[in-house]
Design a protein around this ligand. Structure first.
Ligand SMILES: Nc1ncnc2c1ncn2[C@@H]1O[C@H](COP(=O)(O)OP(=O)(O)OP(=O)(O)O)[C@@H](O)[C@H]1O
Length: 612
């Protein structure tokens, strides 16, 4: 309500006025009809009846005006409602996603309950005025009801009491139904998400190849339909319960109205009430029951909307997930280095430890490399350095300052990174690179410079529209984008270079994290990028994660992680001499390059898990 009025005060007020008018007009029309009929019947049969008096004409004109108003006002009200809805939805979306932006960590996005809540919150934010509307409907219904109750009470107080008493169970039952409906929507949330997942897979360009190659289409479709059936079964149960309850309530109110009709006709035949009273009675019973029905439905709708809006409020009020320091410390310039001090981490209480007591110092100016088997915890450590999560135990110190004590935005401004699961945005080539540093948006000199260093400038310049070419086929086919030259698809290695170009835009940052920056690069590119990466790693803190040991052999410090524990550390030559896991991995890779096909004595590469 408050949101709707804050977003569109004038429209909200006008809508309230028109709502009251829509409620009052039918009551006025019923009374005017009664007066007209009573005037007519009181003069009918009199031989010397006067011609229609000006009073009668006035009443008829007022009745006609009420009819016109009844036609026009709801239309105006509908427009006002739609406008209020649009403005409130705009604001609600803005506030919702501003709140989502406040979630500075990543864990909440990996929580399915948060995903469900966010989906329902978005649903509710798409039409926030529905809540206001449902409340307005309650106001309108109450006014109409009050008018008709007063009118009916004039003719039969006893009957009025019966009609109202019959409405009490209806209100209670409808509220119960709406609570059940909201609970059902929450219950089917995960089912609907899975159904969407299968649908998205079946329609996605990325998945199309494997789905066709492995013949997964019918399997995925079957799972999608099964999820839909499960959700539909729950919806059906709720619908059936509603039909049964609402049908019984409708029958009850029709029976009460029928009883009343018999009573008023008999009373009129005995001359106890006038014909105008009969018309008033019929209009009042219909109006009252209609208003009551509408009121009950609107109360249920308001209740439902309020419950749904609860998810919106929950997201907006959730606050940051990573505790923000009360008294933030400034992040000093990185001089000494970054210390990972006895860090233990698991993704949640139900997960096993991903890191177990890691102690590591990344000296400023030194190139540190992290190697180890799949799942050893390398990317986890990189993510902790970016403070996507906080360590479960232990601390990470930036020149002695705990990362938790500094504003997280400040920390991230000082970091350059290529993540293992980097994004491919459906934007132009230039914008895709500029995402690495928004200050570079539109600055073609910086963008091209970064692309040159990532070795992708030639490819991007040769695209149909150069750097303005969209790196997606998503928009292809829209009337204004109906140009086959518009969108292109890049290869995996080309995308990797675009991601590298983003990192080159941030090359002056104090900590550089490179998680598999050379995955997918051809040997020439790898060699060339390797030299450039070495250049940007100089003079700052840096961590390179790579399975290609040729890329890490010249690092100042190589650290081997195994099952969340550091097992070896040193320079390449020291580690080879130590004959440990690193030496074994290196020998396996080197043998792959030097041995003749089918050569004997090659260590089992897969058992070491070093291949991706
Ligand atoms: N978001 C997540 N939620 C829960 N568990 C996770 C998550 N990401 C990683 N893990 C788990 O944490 C452990 C370490 O994963 P991590 O990605 O750090 O390994 P890695 O050494 O980078 O592996 P790879 O060489 O395959 O990239 C694994 O057991 C993995 O299953």
């Amino acid at each position: 309500m408050a949101l709707a009025f804050r977003s569109a005060p004038v429209h909200g007020l006008a809508y309230l006025v028109s709502t009251v008018a829509v409620a009052a007009i039918p009551i006025a029309a019923a009374w005017l009809t009664k007066f007209v009929l009573d005037r007519l019947t009181s003069t009918a049969g009199l031989t010397n009846a006067p011609s229609p008096t000006s009073e009668l004409v006035g009443l008829a004109l007022a009745l006609a005006a009420a009819g016109v108003a009844l036609g026009v006002v709801p239309q105006v009200a509908q427009y006002l409602r739609a406008e209020m809805d649009r403005r409130a939805a705009l604001r609600a979306h803005d506030e919702l996603f501003a709140a989502v932006e406040q979630v500075t960590g990543v864990a909440r996005f990996e929580d399915p309950r948060f995903q469900d809540r966010l989906r329902l919150a978005q649903q509710s934010a798409s039409s926030p005025a529905q809540t206001a509307d449902a409340v307005f409907e309650v106001v309108r219904g109450t006014l109409t009801l009050g008018g008709f109750v007063g009118s009916l009470a004039v003719i039969s107080p006893g009957f009025t009491a019966v009609v109202l008493a019959a409405a009490v169970p209806a209100v209670l039952l409808e509220l119960r139904l709406s609570r059940r409906r909201a609970a059902m929507l929450w219950r089917i949330g995960p089912i609907e998400r899975r159904q969407m997942l299968y649908g998205d897979l079946l329609a996605s360009a990325e998945a199309a190849k494997e789905i066709r190659l492995f013949g997964l289409g019918s399997y995925l479709r079957g799972r999608m339909i099964a999820e839909r059936r499960a959700a539909d079964a729950d919806r059906r149960r709720t619908d059936r319960r509603e039909v049964a309850v609402q049908g019984a309530l409708a029958a009850l109110s029709a029976a009460v109205a029928g009883g009343g009709l018999v009573w008023v006709v008999v009373a009129a035949a005995r001359g106890r009430v006038t014909v105008g009273d009969v018309s008033m009675f019929v209009a009042a019973v219909a109006g009252l029951q209609g208003a009551l029905g509408g009121l009950v439905t609107s109360m249920a709708a308001a209740h439902h909307q309020v419950l749904l809006f609860g998810h919106y409020i929950a997201v907006v009020d959730a606050g940051p997930d990573l505790p923000a320091p009360d008294d933030p410390a400034p992040l000093p310039a990185l001089r000494r280095g970054i210390e990972v001090r006895d860090v233990w981490f698991r993704y949640s209480d139900d997960h096993p430890w991903a890191l177990r007591g890691v102690n590591l110092f990344l000296p400023h100016g030194a190139a540190v490399a992290l190697v180890g088997r799949n799942g050893a915890g390398k990317s986890t450590l990189a993510k902790l350095l970016c403070r996507f999560y906080d360590p479960t135990r232990g601390a990470i110190l930036w020149d002695g300052v705990d990362l938790r004590d500094v504003p997280v935005e400040e920390l991230r401004r000082r970091i350059g990174a290529v993540l293992q699961d980097f994004m491919t945005y459906d934007f132009s080539a230039a914008d895709n690179i500029a995402m690495g540093d928004l200050a570079a948006l539109g600055d073609m000199e910086r963008i091209r410079g970064a692309a040159v260093r990532a070795g992708i400038d030639g490819t991007l310049s040769r695209l149909p529209r150069g750097y303005d070419t969209l790196l997606t086929r998503l928009f292809f086919g829209d009337s204004e984008n109906d140009d086959p030259q518009n969108g292109v698809m890049l290869s995996g290695g080309q995308w990797q270079r675009v991601a590298l170009a983003r990192a080159f835009l941030r090359e002056k940052r104090e900590l550089m994290i490179l998680d598999e920056p050379n995955a997918g690069l051809d040997p020439d590119a790898e060699h060339e990028v390797h030299d450039r990466l070495r250049a940007i790693r100089a003079g700052r803190g840096s961590l390179l994660i790579s399975h290609r040991l040729s890329a890490v052999r010249d690092a100042d410090l190589i650290v081997v992680l195994s099952d969340g524990v550091i097992t070896e550390r040193g320079r390449h030559a020291d580690l080879l001499a130590a004959q440990g896991a690193y030496a074994r991995m290196f020998t396996v890779q080197a043998a792959g390059y030097t041995e003749e096909p089918g050569g004997q004595g090659r260590p089992d590469a897969m058992s070491e898990g070093t291949r991706r």
